[in-house]
Design a protein around this ligand. Structure first.
Ligand SMILES: *Cc1c(COP(=O)(O)O)cnc(C)c1O
Length: 516
């Protein structure tokens, strides 16, 4: 399996190249040359597979055996999920029997955010590729291959990346976060990791300032090459791939729970469009999925796209909501979805190659339009296809708080089960409620199963949870619900460098810490 760029100029990349570089040299994102085929009998043969077994099957479709031998891939996958505290890795919990509503808990990894599912895998993948390169050096005195990861975080990505990469040989990690603008628990999660290869930098500025510094450092060609800069943000193809697995896992868990031929509507809390894109690929592979619902908060650029066909930045800029991991102006992974629209609905060429080239041109134009005018528009045919593939809804702050309260307030006689939702998950749960009749008329049946992806443990977002519950539960105390790892975290030693919003200061710090 080879990969190409969504902008069309670059193609023929191996999986290793796609993973190690992250972004194609023409500025596009890597996509697989084709969508592979599932085995004809996968619905029966995969039914009782564990998460890791499923992962091996799905990932093998996208990674050539000649690139990573299956036994190595298995080892990487097993190691990646051995750090999860739930035996099912991503368990499914029913919270409303009447509505057949389930929560897919993706937060049982080391940092209690769904990003662990992908970043635990990515860290082990980096390590595997580096080790292999280094063991094939001609002479032991040749310089070692290394990787310097430079990333920015508004909270969750940094922690998950640090836990995915701590202690990895020949990898140095520099994560910038905006000083005083991540939650105390998120900061402590990152800065209490004291491994020598981990470096936290608090920047006097905003998240956008941090991201600008990352981009500027990647833009310094000398610096990028000298230090082999690498990226861990959500456009990395390996992250998308790793996340397709839990859509399969949810399907088979329902089958084992007695659902014959389950008809599933997935609700996916969406920011950078990585998690929902993984569901899109799962469906394209052939997993039976009734609907995928892009669930946004009031930063609703994707929702507005599905209404209008315009992909347009909000005039007000990024809005602060109770679900901060979804507070985005534009969704970087959306470009991949757009490629399929351009290829199928906008390209007019007769041959496959002509259509691929045209799709690349169209994406380049759309992305240029977005940059220069703040928006782009797709054709009616593309919009129609987009709506066939995905649905979308948006949830206000008030409804987010109210939904958390509703599921915590459940009484014993209810068909619901008492459950504490995190605010990101609540965005999807609210939509699963208000979109019921619309979805039923769309699908032509109402006896479907709703699966809401739960992207974080509620204790990571205590403020929003308390705000939701305090009026009715003045005694509410998060402490008994805290995962063990959070207990006493504020008393642990923290290590963090405080730097001004200045590229040179960051570059200098990085040079002083890498010993090569
Ligand atoms: C990153 C994140 C999201 C958004 O996921 P995308 O793949 O960027 O759409 C949602 N919820 C939480 C808790 C997150 O950390």
């Amino acid at each position: 399996m080879l990969y190409r760029s969504t902008r069309g100029k670059a193609s023929g990349f191996t999986f290793e190249e796609a993973v190690m570089t992250g972004l194609a040299s023409d500025g596009g994102l890597f996509i697989p040359n084709e969508i592979p085929k599932l085995p004809a009998d996968f619905l029966t043969t995969w039914k009782d597979y564990t998460f890791s077994e499923l992962s091996l099957q799905v990932l093998s479709l996208f990674i050539s055996e000649s690139e990573i031998p299956r036994s190595d891939l298995k080892r990487i996958i097993d190691a990646s999920y051995s750090t999860f505290t739930n035996k099912d890795i991503t368990p499914l919990v029913q919270i409303d029997k009447e509505k057949d509503l389930w929560i897919l808990e993706l937060f049982h990894g080391p940092t209690f955010a769904f990003k662990d599912v992908a970043l635990q895998f990515l860290g082990n993948l980096f390590e595997f590729f580096l080790k292999r390169k280094n063991s094939s050096r001609k002479s032991p005195t040749d310089p070692l291959h290394r990787l310097t990861i430079v990333g920015a975080t508004s909270g969750d990505t940094g922690g998950a990346a640090i836990y995915g990469l701590k202690g990895k040989e020949n990898v140095s990690v520099f994560i910038m976060h905006p000083n005083n603008r991540v939650s105390p628990i998120q900061k402590a999660q990152m800065t209490t990791v004291l491994d020598a290869n981990i470096h936290n930098i608090a920047i006097e500025g905003t998240f956008d300032d941090c991201q600008d510094i990352v981009k500027a450092l990647f833009g310094r060609e000398d610096f990028r090459v000298k230090h082999s800069l690498g990226a861990i943000n959500s456009i990395n193809w390996a992250r998308i791939l790793a996340q397709t697995v839990y859509y399969f896992q949810a399907y088979f868990t329902l089958v084992r729970a007695g659902h014959v031929d389950p008809k599933i509507v997935f609700f996916t809390p969406t920011g950078n469009f990585g998690d929902i894109l993984a569901g899109y690929y799962a469906a394209k592979l052939g997993l039976p999925v009734s609907r995928l619902v892009v669930s946004t908060n009031s930063n609703d650029i994707i929702y507005r796209f599905f209404k209008t066909g315009f992909y347009q930045k909000g005039a007000a800029g990024v809005l602060a909501t109770p679900s901060p991991a979804m507070d985005i102006l534009v969704s970087s992974n959306f470009e991949r979805f757009c490629w399929y629209l351009a290829y199928q609905c906008e390209a007019t060429g007769k041959t496959e190659q002509e259509r691929i080239d045209q799709a690349g041109h169209i994406i380049t134009k759309w992305m240029d339009d977005l940059k220069t005018t703040g928006k782009f528009q797709v054709s009616p045919a593309s919009l129609e296809m987009a709506r066939k593939e995905l649905d979308s809804g948006t949830t206000s702050d008030e409804d987010t708080y109210q939904t958390i309260n509703e599921y915590y307030s459940v009484s014993d006689s209810s068909t619901k089960v008492k459950y504490l939702l995190d605010p990101h998950t609540a965005v999807g749960v609210h939509l699963s409620d208000i979109m019921r009749s619309e979805l039923a008329s769309d699908l032509g049946y109402s006896n479907y199963t709703s699966v809401c992806l739960s992207t974080a443990h509620p204790s990571k977002f205590v403020e929003a949870v308390e705000h939701s519950l305090k009026p009715d539960f003045p005694e509410f105390d998060i402490n008994p619900l805290l995962p063990e790892q959070f207990v006493g975290i504020f008393n642990k030693t923290q290590r963090c460098e405080y730097l001004p919003n200045d590229i040179d200061a960051v570059a200098k710090f990085i040079e002083s810490k890498v010993d090569y």
